[in-house]
Design a protein around this ligand. Structure first.
Ligand code: NAD
Length: 428
């Protein structure tokens, strides 16, 4: 099991404890929700290309399924720990709940490093994972999805093994599948567009016309590329974006005051979301240091790269014009930075609300698979817009009514809904 500098599960539990206190939850409900309902730890013997067998450790944590089948990704990582998987499963419960989709929270993983495994070896691990847990997951129990270092290909191998074991076609067992084998249109855009749907609603509430805003983004991967595209389509001016440079092993910010063009940048971006510096310079971009993205004179900041980026050190560097932070990434803001943001009265749309477009579209994929009827892209995206917009307004109304920080209000709504479902089922 890998080491970690901080324990994600302890952090998830302490966040839960503080909201449970505000909601006045009883002892039994707290005890139930601060721990997973179930977890499975198992060995996965997999045949290697050289003919030997290697045994990998696999997990699945089902945090809570009171509102519906568990939902959450499966990550392949050499430093995976059970506690990280437990925390991620709990956060999935709150994420599904805050956007009001009828799913609970789960997460899984395998301790392995795909960089050192052939495709055939990874396929053997995927099939082995399913064989160990085939009776405890499924379209009406627990629905996995891709996560760190797993893709649509891994999902198809897992689906195929599940269908062999159960003898039938069950495309709703797993999401994140490629188009044509049960995938949903709109999934690629879903998280980035979701970020902008909630940003649009917040700006409206704040009386700010999106057309007069400028924004700076961290990251130029799946989330950020589509967020920038839609933000620009709605009339906003994206002026800066940062990304990781694989060759230099550090990140840079790319700035154009007259507005960056995501289509132009995409042509010089690799598949990991790294922008070519030399070509960007030729296109008139200023190349600035890593943290320049956070210091820009903009109204909107969108951290959409990795965790722990808005910190006690970087938050004071935010420009005085910043009005709103929309968290595309998971966990981009530290608790110390939250205090600075509160003092400066900057509005925050928290990660598990802002980036819930992805899981919402995965839910749509599952629904379409269960019906064996697929919607056109416009229909998927308009249903997504409706879900994200409704979720945003419920959270912002509670934040206003109870004078709560948006992050706390989102947790209050999410946890309250799950607590109610547990009560209605007579579990507590
Ligand atoms: P991605 O791998 O497609 O892109 C990541 C981007 O971040 C790349 O442009 C990379 O260069 C950049 N980056 C990495 N380290 C950086 C650093 N130190 N400084 C600046 N840029 C850096 O990832 P993604 O799918 O866009 O996900 C981004 C974030 O959003 C992650 O936190 C992820 O967990 C979260 N998220 C993604 C989805 C989804 O559907 N893709 C859903 C929910 C949450």
């Amino acid at each position: 099991m890998g080491k970690e500098s901080f324990n994600a599960f302890k952090m998830a539990q302490s966040q839960f404890d503080s909201v449970a206190g505000k909601l006045g939850l009883d002892e039994a409900t707290r005890d139930l929700l601060r721990n997973p309902d179930r977890e499975y730890h198992f060995n996965i013997p997999a045949k290697m290309d050289d003919g030997t067998v290697k045994v990998f450790r696999g997990f699945r944590v089902q945090h809570n399924d009171a509102r519906g089948p568990c939902k959450g990704g499966i990550r392949f990582h050499p430093h995976e720990t059970v506690d990280t998987v437990r925390a991620l499963a709990m956060w999935m419960t709150w994420k599904c709940s805050v956007v009001d989709i009828p799913l609970g929270g789960g997460k899984g993983g395998v301790i392995c490093d795909p960089h050192h495994l052939s495709q055939r070896e990874q396929e053997n691990i995927c099939r082995g994972w399913v064989r160990q847990i085939a009776n405890n997951v499924g379209p009406f129990q627990d629905v996995p999805a891709p996560d760190v270092m797993t893709s649509g290909q891994h999902m198809i191998w897992m689906l195929d093994e599940y269908e062999r074991i159960h003898g039938g076609k069950f495309p709703g067992f797993i999401t994140g599948k490629p188009l044509g084998v049960g995938g949903s249109l709109g999934r690629t855009e879903a998280t980035g567009f979701g970020v902008v749907y909630v940003m649009r609603e917040a700006l409206k509430e704040m009386g700010i016309n999106i057309k007069y805003t400028r924004a700076s983004f961290q990251g130029f991967g799946n989330v950020s590329q589509y967020a920038i595209k839609l933000y620009k389509e709605l009339g906003g001016k994206p002026v800066c974006v940062s990304c990781w440079d694989q060759a230099d092993q550090k990140s840079y910010s790319f700035k154009k005051v007259e507005g960056i063009d995501p289509d132009e940048l995409l042509k010089i971006t690799d598949r990991f979301g790294g922008i070519n510096k030399d070509k960007a310079k030729e296109l008139g971009y200023e190349i600035l240091p890593a943290n320049a993205w956070i210091e820009q004179d903009v109204e909107v900041l969108v951290p959409a790269a990795i965790e722990n980026q808005i910190t006690a050190e970087t938050a004071p560097k935010m420009h005085t014009n910043v009005k709103i932070i929309v968290e595309g990434a998971n966990g981009p803001t530290t608790p110390e930075a939250d205090e600075i943001i509160k003092k400066r009265n900057i509005f925050v749309i928290p990660d598990f609300l802002a980036n819930a477009g992805g899981v919402t579209c995965s839910y749509f994929e599952q629904v379409q698979c269960n019906m064996n009827f697929f919607w056109p892209k416009d229909e998927v995206l308009s249903k997504l817009d409706q879900k994200m917009t409704d979720a945003y307004h419920k959270v912002s109304a509670l934040a206003r009514e109870r004078k709560e920080y948006m992050r706390d209000a989102a947790y209050m709504i999410a946890i309250q809904r799950v607590a109610e479902a547990c009560k209605l089922r007579g579990w507590v």
